[in-house]
Design a protein around this ligand. Structure first.
Ligand code: AHR
Ligand code: AHR
Ligand code: AHR
Length: 481
């Protein structure tokens, strides 16, 4: 059985079932998600390899070979057509055309399930999915349940990495108008014990970790690589749970009455579904989503326990984040541009500015050093890499507002994540492409001889689709200096 078969048997059927990794009903063999590729802007649907099975990642890899791919639709497996698509603007604008949110890379969150490769949904700040016309979801004070599997090591304090029930107009319409899972270390509203991240309930104008609006220490800091998060709510009751999605059982963090703060009892749920954003399209958060469902009715603890057992049996595990050639810690490299007309230029720096410069074996030592980088284990994720300047020890390539800079490591989580890059098979057909770990849609690219992390056809001039693959492909060699 799949998770939604278990919820059905318990009398609390799924009204939405979203996953890019696997079927959530044993009989489901339809499309899990749609991807769009950059080479010709065409789309394809990815289905499980067999009914009830894991997503056909090989079909995606074939379709997306030598180009970029975005997740355009996360289909609803429940039969109610409650699909998730690119979120529209609301109280806050997204960064994409017409103020929509960004779409996620199709390759930012590779994993295996029982040894079979699949891809999750890596949400960078600016990214979000939504459905404001859901059929069958809980409204008002009606009961519902939900769970999601997140990456407990990918989070931030921005508002709000959510999955669940939200406003149908993408605006903050008041307390009690949402009921969604939140994961991250935002403590502006509520918090749990330790320094976070926490699973909390976004009930609108508040992230709740228990009955009180502020800190509830029974809600623990949780950082399981694969994290099961569970939320349910009904008439003057709700519960919050979590656990390791790779082993063991769920723990109850809160189960009891509704918050006493005004507006949350009774609830005024509206029934839209969001992923990666707040109810008002607050779009500053990051996190990774693998699967999640919403139910009708208040699921029993027994059903939730059997769903957790099903999740554990799916055997989520990590796999390489790199589809290109591995770098080696300590290796000294130079990166030559491959774009025709620019292929004597190397990725270099002039002070804090990252650019490309013409370098040859007879260049001055100073210039050779400016074009030389020492590969380090990724500061923000040890499965990827950071690039330390040869002539300015302790300074690394980082992005800031998508512009590459050479900056001293200040030790912050933000710096480390901004200075972490993963390798991708060269988009140009040979060589290497190098994607930003925290923004997997964005690759190290030169544009007008300046360094950026660019997306293929995004809103900035440096995101131009023209010449993208060549500009984002580098020939790796032993360093000049
Ligand atoms: O409740 C926290 C956030 O507050 C909601 O997600 C958002 O709509 C509002 O800004
Ligand atoms: O480069 C994109 C983002 O811009 C970085 O992650 C952040 O540090 C800055 O705001
Ligand atoms: O960086 C040099 C060139 O500038 C790039 O190849 C092109 O995309 C831009 O015009």
């Amino acid at each position: 059985a799949g998770p939604c078969d278990l919820y059905s048997a318990g009398g609390t059927p799924c009204i939405a079932a979203h996953s890019t990794t696997r079927a959530l009903y044993s009989a489901f063999s339809g499309s899990l998600y749609q991807v769009k590729r950059g080479s010709d802007n065409t789309t394809t649907n990815i289905a499980p390899v067999s009914a009830g099975g894991v997503a056909n990642a090989a079909a995606q890899d074939t379709f997306c070979a030598s180009t970029t791919c975005l997740i355009t639709i996360i289909y609803d497996q429940s039969g109610k057509s409650n699909h998730l698509t690119q979120a529209p603007p609301g109280g806050f604008n997204g960064p994409e055309t017409n103020h929509y949110d960004n779409l996620a890379s199709a390759t930012g969150a590779p994993v295996t399930l029982n040894g079979n490769k699949a891809y999750g949904v890596f949400i960078s700040p600016g990214t979000g999915y939504r459905n404001n016309k859901v059929s069958g979801s809980a409204t008002g004070d009606a009961a519902e349940g939900m769970y999601a599997i997140f990456d407990g090591t990918h989070y931030n304090g921005g508002c709000c990495f959510d999955y669940g029930n939200a406003e149908v107009n993408s605006l903050d319409t008041g307390n009690g108008h949402m009921e969604a899972l939140y994961f991250g270390d935002n403590s502006a509203w509520g918090s749990g014990s330790g320094s976070g991240p926490w699973v909390m309930a976004d009930l609108e104008n508040g992230l709740f970790s228990g009955q009180g609006s502020k800190q509830n220490t029974a809600d623990p800091t949780v950082t399981y690589r694969f994290l099961t998060a569970v939320l349910k709510g009904g008439a003057n009751k709700w519960a919050l749970k979590g656990g390791n999605a790779a082993s063991g059982s769920l723990s109850t963090y809160y189960s009891g009455a509704r918050p006493t703060a005004s507006g949350y009892n009774p609830m005024s749920k509206e029934g839209a579904i969001i992923l990666g954003i707040g109810g008002d399209n607050s779009v500053s958060a990051q996190g990774t989503f693998y699967e999640g469902v919403m139910t009708s009715g208040y699921p029993s603890d027994d059903v939730e326990n059997s769903v957790q057992a099903n999740i554990v049996a799916a055997k989520y595990a990590t796999t390489s984040l790199n589809s290109g050639t591995a770098f080696t810690n300590g290796q000294s490299i130079s990166l030559r541009a491959t774009t025709s007309g620019y292929d004597t230029r190397y990725l270099a720096h002039t002070g804090a500015t990252v650019n490309t410069q013409v370098v040859t074996s007879s260049s001055a030592t100073a210039l050779k050093q400016q074009a030389s980088w020492t590969v380090r284990t990724g500061l923000g994720n040890s499965a990827c890499w950071s690039f330390e300047s040869k002539d300015t020890a302790g300074s690394y390539l980082r992005h800031n507002n998508f512009v590459l800079q050479l900056v001293a490591n200040d030790g912050s989580k933000q710096f480390k994540e901004d200075a972490t890059f993963c390798s991708v098979a060269g988009l140009g057909g040979s060589g290497q492409s190098i994607r930003a770990w925290g923004y997997p849609t964005r690759y190290i690219r030169h544009y007008e001889n300046v360094g950026y992390i660019a997306s293929n056809g995004g809103v900035h001039a440096f995101d131009a689709a023209s010449s993208f693959n060549a500009d984002a492909t580098w020939a790796v060699s032993t360093s000049f200096a």
